[in-house]
Ligand binder design. Structure first.
Ligand SMILES: [Zn+2]
Length: 223
């Protein structure tokens, strides 16, 4: 999924930003107030410098457009999840039918970037919750995962951020998030282990305290 600028909620994005900060799980950063064009111009200049340092010929017509192309990709495609103004528009609706069984969205695509090496993280997430007063449209779970994936990340924090954002929106701790992913910084460099996967999870409320609920979640994601 790509960013749909017509389906965003900047006010909710700022509320979530402040809430994650108060829980100590926001990405370490500051909101620097630069416009998108200013960010693209600055990244483009910096990356030109990196390419030049590597000895690449920036006069060559295959390379000359790369700094700006990469800067636009960072801002518009890979790292838009750093902007609270692009937090997805999510309306939690009243749970009128009083549905109180687990809602599980499995195999949500996770495409992110490791903040230690700026290498790809590629995997999927399983997200479940027990509805109380509020329920969400299913695709909203995918949108929340995608928003937090579209920034430099560590998988542990990504897992926590999805959990706390949903806790804020759904007003319940009864949420489970599990992410399974391959890290290309492990796969293609360092130990070069092509098969290893990293699994992280955050279980809250009854998923943590109630053995039956926890077991149900774990067995459903294994199917
Ligand atoms: Zn890494």
């Amino acid at each position: 999924m790509s960013l749909d600028r017509s389906k965003v909620n900047p006010e909710l994005g700022m509320e979530i930003f402040e809430y994650l900060k108060s829980e100590g799980v926001e990405t370490p950063r500051r909101l620097n107030g630069l416009s998108e064009d200013e960010k693209i111009a600055r990244i483009s200049t910096s990356f030109r410098d990196i390419m030049d340092t590597l000895g690449l010929n920036l006069e060559d017509d295959s390379l000359s457009g790369t700094p700006e192309r990469l800067a636009k990709m960072y801002i518009q495609e890979t790292y838009w999840g750093l902007s609270p103004k692009y937090f997805p528009k999510i309306t939690a609706v009243e749970n009128k039918m009083n549905y109180d069984e687990m809602v599980l969205e499995k195999n949500i695509i996770v495409q992110s970037t490791c903040e230690h090496h700026f290498a790809t993280i590629d995997g999927y997430a399983h997200v479940a919750y027990i509805p109380h007063q509020k329920v969400l449209g299913l695709s909203k779970l995918n949108r929340v995962v995608e928003y937090f994936a579209r920034r430099p990340q560590i998988q542990e924090r990504l897992t926590e951020q999805v959990y706390y954002a949903l806790k804020y929106i759904l007003e319940t701790p009864d949420i489970a998030v599990m992410i399974k992913a391959k890290h290309y910084c492990v796969k293609s460099r360092g130990v070069e282990d092509i098969n290893s996967e990293t699994i992280t999870s955050k279980l809250g409320g009854c998923f943590k305290d109630d053995a039956a609920t926890r077991h149900e979640f774990l067995s459903l994601v294994r199917v």
